[in-house]
Design a binder for this molecule. Structure first.
Ligand code: EPU
Length: 417
């Protein structure tokens, strides 16, 4: 059984390059099935979720191979629109294949994804939008079967700016007849990146990054080469690590644009941060200042994907902080591991109160989801002595090699089998 071992309590100093973005690349990989041809995706991170997506693409007939950090996808021999159950169970975000497969083959069969450790995560917005686009649904024995005589553009109102539902509607609309407008669309940078990819391939999408996205259906998409943006959450995780341990680091391959809220709060904690188009420099002198109130919100608000990592940093703040988790109710499950470091955290519903303590002590903890796992790594770096983190596979779903990156910043961290 693999585990991560950290000898903590040291400052982080150095430079780290940020990997490609998981949440941009996954919908783009789904989008490749809308193209009948070969697509080259540069800056594709080598993470477990991408490996799972490759397995799904292969299972539906695509041929996929790596050329260094580029992934090549040949979709010409796609031969089924049934997504195998085992992969949907492994990776919930495989549901973004629904819109793309509907666009390419006019049908899709997929297992109902169910909940996961971070919350219930229903897909009702996705399904109701599909129904408004002339797509019929049948649900039986946990299977969802969607078929259409032709996808028709429509006005789609999302009750909540769901990232996945926005992506699925965009993917279904690109080759549909007529115009689709998504009202109350998600504004996350990964949506903008998906639309950039699709528009480079010949799609007609306007308004990505705003709350109204308009898609005018086209006949077909062209095969293209595309370079994915870097991962703002991986960058935010390493910024939080430096904020927690103290030190000075340069992150390259990413600017500050997609991290405004995260950077603003890190500055409130006492960090000095400089940003350029392609770098972020952070300096932290050690024990952070508390943050009276953080609420997770859809972009451009504070991201739920950074909540656990910030909680780890605030465990050692000089005072009391509060966090309200508005997006995924299950994300506080990680707190039972975080308190093993000696942290003082109280949870009441969606609100967490973190009373900062002067020091954390290394311990044995279990990762049970991706960002919670990354938060345990940060706590281990801040804590005195040895920390062991079991189930590192959850962290590998989204971080290419967190130990390599943090060792580059001088951390004493390694993966052991
Ligand atoms: N929701 C519904 N019904 C729906 C869809 C969503 O009630 O049909 C609710 C969810 O339960 C949740 C909220 O709406 O409470 C937001 O969910 P959203 O659909 O925006 O999330 P997602 O598309 O499932 C993506 C990212 C997550 C990230 C969230 C929020 C990918 C592959 N996943 O998930 O990333 O936390 O957006 O920003 O893009 C991660 O990387 O660790 C991760 C979980």
């Amino acid at each position: 059984m693999a585990f991560i071992e950290i000898n903590g309590g040291k400052q982080l100093n150095g430079e780290v390059n940020i990997q490609g973005s998981k949440n941009a690349v996954l919908p783009i990989l789904a989008a490749t099935v809308l193209v009948n041809g070969i697509i080259k995706l540069n800056n594709c991170p080598k993470i477990l979720d991408v490996f799972h997506m490759i397995k799904i693409l292969e299972a539906i007939g695509c041929i996929v191979w790596w050329e260094k950090s580029s992934l090549i996808i040949d979709t010409t021999k796609l031969n089924t629109s049934t997504v195998p159950e085992e992969y949907v169970k492994m990776m919930r975000s495989s549901i973004i294949l629904m819109g793309a497969l509907l666009g390419r083959t006019h049908s899709v069969t997929i297992t109902y994804p169910g909940g996961c450790t971070i919350g219930a995560r229903p897909i009702d917005y996705h399904l109701s939008a599909f129904q408004d686009m002339n797509i019929s649904l049948e649900e039986e024995d946990g299977l969802i079967k969607c078929t259409t005589t032709g996808i028709k553009g429509n006005e789609i109102f999302l009750k909540f700016p769901s990232v996945g539902a926005t992506e699925n509607v965009i993917l279904a609309a690109v080759l549909a007849s007529g115009r689709t407008s998504i009202i109350n669309a998600a504004k996350e940078p990964e949506i903008t990146e998906l639309c950039k990819f699709l528009n480079s391939a010949g799609a007609k999408i306007r308004g990505a990054g705003t709350e109204t996205i308009e898609i005018v259906g086209v006949e077909f998409l062209y095969p293209i080469e595309f370079t994915a943006c870097s991962d703002r959450i991986v960058a935010g995780t390493y910024l939080a690590a430096v904020a927690g341990t103290g030190g000075e680091a340069v992150l390259t391959g990413i600017g500050g644009d997609s991290l405004h809220t995260v950077i603003k709060l890190l500055r409130e904690m006492g960090c000095s941060i400089l940003t350029g188009e392609n770098y972020i420099i952070i300096a932290s002198s050690g024990r952070p200042k508390p943050i009276p109130f953080i609420r997770t919100m859809p972009y451009p608000g504070f991201p739920t994907d950074m909540q656990s990592q910030f909680m780890s940093v605030l465990m050692m703040a000089a005072g009391t902080s509060k966090i309200v988790e508005e997006i995924f109710e299950g994300r506080y499950q990680n707190v039972k591991e975080q308190i093993k470091f000696g942290a003082d955290i109280r949870i009441l519903g969606r609100e967490a109160t973190i009373n900062g303590v002067p020091e954390l002590m290394g311990c044995e903890v279990y990762a049970s989801e991706l960002r919670g796992g990354a938060a345990l790594v940060i706590a281990g770096l801040m804590a005195k002595g040895k920390t062991t983190i079991y189930n590192p596979n959850f962290i590998e779903r989204g971080y290419e090699d967190i130990c390599r990156d943090l060792r580059g910043l001088g951390a004493d961290i390694k993966m052991l089998a």
